[in-house]
Structure formats: structure tokens, C-alpha cells
Design a protein around this ligand. Structure first.
Ligand code: ADP
Ligand code: MG
Length: 509
């Protein structure tokens, strides 16, 4: 019901009120007309009674003049159009009418009332001491239609007035309520369409609608402020992003520049390095001939003049020869170190087990009296340059052979493990071992953990091995304990980032 009412416009609601008013008037009129009829009947009945009583003596004494006078008094009541008194025999005794030529009923009727056209007709017996003396006849103007017409007129006037009031009110309401609301709605529409939050709704009144307009404006002001803040922060953000982008571009530019310079320097370094290495190689190479000459002549001196060279001089000669031989070895090793960096890397499927066995075989031939328990795993293969791989194995197995020389039951194992699917080869012995604190030094050239008196060597072997492993993109590391032997592990292919960074750390040592 509420929803139904809410669906109507203010004008329609006012119209409904007017209609209701009319219905109320109709009900009231109906009620009044009913009342009027009853009161008219009772009034006329009383009048008839009164007439009957006042006329009863006249009837008794057959004095029609008094009866006539009584009837004449009725002219004070213009509503009564006609009246008559009938005697007991039903003859008209006296009569009255306020208009000319009125006819009266020929005979009286029984007590009662009825409506006849626009008149109320009433008959009433005159009874005295249970004797019927006559009958009163009254004809009164019913006035129903006049009344009804009057009422209708009033209703019409009321309705017209109400309509007028409703119209004026609705116009007024329109003015008071609808117009300000429409104005607010218009501003809201404009704001949403054009997003101009600076607009304000007009405050046309001080009532609730005025308050609504005020609240609406406050809200708009708040939105405007928030939007301005947002725009400002957006601008700041935009500037920051631009700055950030500029910085990023600058970093990229600097990076590119740096990279270019690094490349340039690397190229320079590589060039210088290559030159140095070439120089080193040729120097080492050229040193071999005079060294060989010194050694050869020393030997010749001792062999050709055994008697002429005194004992003391012979000992010196021996020392000269062993020093030249050591120097020769050093040069040989240095040349080997240079060689592993030169030339291309020819990766092929290599039989690691076979290469290891060959190296072991060579060692045993060179040093037949040594009894070493050597085990080489079968089926080890790698995608590698077999010339370089062999050189690496020579150094590693050679070290194991050398540093297990003073162990009771020397044992060497050459095998492989699998780390994340990649082969890790190892050479393990139960020889002298070393302190792991110096483990990272081993791979530098000329770095030795054992003295030359104990174990001979130049300290270039592991540097050579590391270079070979790195050329393959692999890495090498050691695990050892003094007196408990050592193990050297290496891979021959590049690993993940972690490995790469570890390799770099190792390469720096
Ligand atoms: N298997 C090993 N057992 C113990 N120490 C070793 C082993 N291999 C290498 N080393 C240590 O590493 C040093 C460097 O090795 P390397 O470069 O091959 O030089 P070299 O063999 O000429 O001494 C050795 O002097 C030694 O102290
Ligand atoms: Mg060595």
C-alpha cells in the first residue's frame, strides 16, 4: 500500500484527497437526508396529533368554524401545503391549502404516511375516549429535491474549492519541494556527466530540502577536495615515474657504457695477456736450449774429465745439473700451463676410464718398484677435449701418486658421482693430505703446501688442471685432511648460477 502511494505524484495524491472529500460529503448527505425524512415524519405526526387534539371538541360539537380557524394557523408553516379534517363519517369537515384549487382526497385513509411525488402525505385518526372522531390529513412539501440540489451545490462548491486548493497547493508544493529537488538532480546529472565537482546545488529554502542541498554541496566539496588531492598525488606520482624512468634510462645507458668499456678493457687485457703468454712461451721455449747446453756440458765435464775435476768441483757440478734439471722441469710445466690455454677446445665423447688407466700405466712404468693399489671405475665418459682431459688427469693422478709415496698401503681411486644428473669425477688417495684452511690457495700457480725436500714439484700442476676444467665450463674443488689423504673433484660442464659464482671465487684464487 505504501509503495502504491509512493508511486503517485504529489498532484495525484491531492486529487485522491479531493475525491475522498467528495465521498465523505456524499455519505454525510445520505445520512442527513435519511434523518430529514424521519424528523419530517415525526414533525408532521406531532402536528397532526396537535391538530387532532385541538379540533376534537370542534368535531364533538360539530363546530367547523373553530376547526377551520385551527387549520388556518398552519399558514405559519409554509412547508405544509394542505391540510384537512374529516369527520367520523369521512366527510371533509374543514380544509386548508396555501395554494388555490387544491384538491383533497375524497375519503380519509388509515393512519400512515407516504410520499406522493414531491409531497409527504399523512393521515391520522382523531381518537377521544376510544371513539374515532375524525381524521387529520396533512400534505407537506417534502423538500428532498431542493435539499439535494442544495447539497449538490455545496458539494460542487466544496469540490471546486478543494480542487482549487489542491491545485494551488500542488503548484506551491512543486515550487517548494519539486523545483529545488529537480535543481539538485540537475546539478547531480551535470556533475556525473562533466565531472565538474565545482558545481553547487542552489539552496532555495531553509527546510529539509535546503538541508539536503547543503549536504549535497558539502559532499560535492568533499569529492572536489579528494579529487584535487588525488590529481595532485597523481601528478607527483607521474613526476616520480618520469624521474624513475629517466634514472632507469640513465642506468641502462651507463650500464651499456660500462659494458662497452669492460669489453674494450677485456679485449685490451686479452690482447696484453695473449702477448704476455706468447712472450712467456717463447722465453720459456728459448730458455730450454741453453739450459740443455748447461746440463749437457756439465755432464760432459764429469764424464770426460773424471780425474781432472776435483771431488769438491764434482759435487758442485752435480748441484748445477740438478738445478738446471729442476729449472728445465719448471719451464716444461710453464709451457704446459701455456699450452692448455692455447688452441681450440675440441669436445668429443671421451672415455675417461681409459684415459685414467693410460695415465696410471705410465706412472707404473716410470716407477715400477712402487706398489700402489689403484682402482679406476669402468665406463666413465665425458664430452671433453681428451688431450686436455688427459693432461688434467696426469696432474691429479700424478699428485695422488706422489703424495701417497710415504703411506704404508697407498690407495688411489678414480671414480665419478652424479650431482643433479651431472657427472662429478674425482681422484682420491690416502696420502699426506693437507689442511683445508689452505685449500683455496692450491689452484694458484707456484702454490705448494709441502716442501720441496719432502715432495718435489713446481706448484703449477693444479693451476693447469683448474685452467683445463674452466675451459670446459666446469669447476674443481678439494677435500682433504692432513695425514688422511686428499680428494679432488671436478666437473666438465657448466652448472647453475650458484656454481658459476663459486667458480668465479675459485678462479680469483
Ligand atoms: N693428492 C694430494 N695430496 C696432498 N697434497 C696435495 C695433493 N695434490 C696437491 N697437493 C698440494 O697442492 C700443492 C700444489 O699441487 P701442484 O700444483 O700439483 O704442485 P706440485 O705437484 O708441483 O707440488 C702441492 O704442492 C701439495 O702441497
Ligand atoms: Mg703436481
Amino acid at each position: 500500500m505504501k509503495r502504491l502511494i509512493a508511486g503517485f505524484s504529489v498532484r495525484q495524491k491531492l486529487l485522491a484527497v479531493v475525491l475522498l472529500l467528495l465521498v465523505a460529503i456524499a455519505v454525510m448527505v445520505g445520512f442527513d437526508l435519511r434523518n430529514y425524512r424521519q424528523s419530517l415524519i415525526s414533525d408532521m405526526t406531532t402536528q397532526a396529533d396537535l391538530l387532532g387534539r385541538t379540533t376534537a371538541p370542534a368535531l364533538t360539537f360539530d363546530d367547523s368554524r373553530v376547526a377551520q380557524e385551527n387549520l388556518e394557523l398552519l399558514h405559519y408553516r409554509p412547508q405544509i401545503r394542505a391540510a384537512a379534517i374529516y369527520n367520523a363519517r369521512g366527510k371533509i369537515f374543514a380544509s386548508y391549502s396555501n395554494e388555490v384549487g387544491r384538491e383533497f382526497p375524497k375519503l380519509p385513509e388509515a393512519d400512515g404516511t407516504r410520499i406522493e411525488g414531491n409531497d409527504l402525505v399523512l393521515f391520522k385518526r382523531i381518537v377521544d375516549n376510544r371513539e374515532i372522531l375524525g381524521t387529520v390529513y396533512l400534505r407537506a412539501n417534502y423538500e428532498l429535491y431542493d435539499r439535494l440540489v442544495g447539497y449538490l451545490g455545496i458539494a460542487a462548491i466544496v469540490a471546486a474549492l478543494a480542487m482549487l486548493v489542491a491545485y494551488v497547493l500542488s503548484r506551491q508544493l512543486q515550487h517548494i519541494i519539486t523545483n529545488p529537488l529537480l535543481a539538485i538532480a540537475e546539478v547531480a546529472r551535470e556533475v556525473t556527466e562533466k565531472r565538474t565537482f565545482s558545481l553547487r546545488a542552489p539552496k532555495l529554502s531553509k527546510d529539509e530540502i535546503g538541508m539536503l542541498a547543503e549536504s549535497f554541496n558539502t559532499m560535492l566539496a568533499e569529492i572536489e577536495r579528494a579529487t584535487r588531492d588525488l590529481e595532485a598525488s597523481n601528478e607527483v606520482l607521474g613526476r616520480e615515474i618520469a624521474e624513475h624512468n629517466r634514472a632507469e634510462r640513465e642506468i641502462l645507458r651507463l650500464n651499456a657504457e660500462l659494458e662497452r668499456r669492460v669489453k674494450e678493457r677485456t679485449a685490451q687485457l686479452e690482447y696484453t695477456n695473449a702477448e704476455l703468454e706468447a712472450f712467456c712461451y717463447s722465453v720459456s721455449h728459448d730458455l730450454r736450449a741453453p739450459l740443455r747446453a748447461i746440463d749437457g756440458f756439465g755432464q760432459a765435464l764429469m764424464e770426460d774429465f773424471p780425474k781432472d775435476v776435483p771431488q769438491e768441483a764434482q759435487r758442485y757440478l752435480t748441484r748445477i745439473r740438478s738445478s738446471t734439471q729442476r729449472m728445465g722441469q719448471l719451464i716444461e710445466d710453464l709451457l704446459n700451463l701455456s699450452r692448455v690455454s692455447r688452441g681450440g677446445l675440441e669436445r668429443r665423447d671421451a672415455d675417461v676410464s681409459e684415459l685414467a688407466r693410460q695415465v696410471v700405466n705410465d706412472l707404473q712404468i716410470r716407477d715400477p718398484q712402487r706398489k700402489v693399489d689403484i682402482s679406476v671405475w669402468d665406463g666413465m665418459r665425458a664430452n671433453a677435449d681428451s688431450r686436455l682431459l688427459r693432461a688434467a688427469l696426469e696432474n691429479l693422478i700424478g699428485n695422488a701418486w706422489k703424495f701417497s709415496a710415504k703411506t704404508d698401503q697407498p690407495r688411489i681411486e678414480i671414480g665419478s658421482l652424479s650431482d643433479d644428473g651431472r657427472a662429478v669425477f674425482y681422484v682420491r688417495d690416502n696420502g699426506a693430505g693437507f689442511d683445508m684452511a689452505y685449500a683455496d690457495k692450491l689452484f694458484g700457480a707456484f702454490q705448494r703446501l709441502h716442501s720441496g725436500n719432502e715432495y718435489q714439484g713446481t706448484g703449477i700442476g693444479l693451476a693447469t688442471v683448474q685452467r683445463i676444467v674452466h675451459r670446459h665450463g666446469g669447476r674443481i674443488w678439494a677435500d682433504a685432511k692432513p695425514g688422511k689423504g686428499a680428494a679432488f673433484y671436478f666437473t666438465l660442464e657448466s652448472g647453475g648460477v650458484e656454481n658459476a659464482s663459486r667458480d668465479m671465487a675459485e678462479a680469483r684464487t
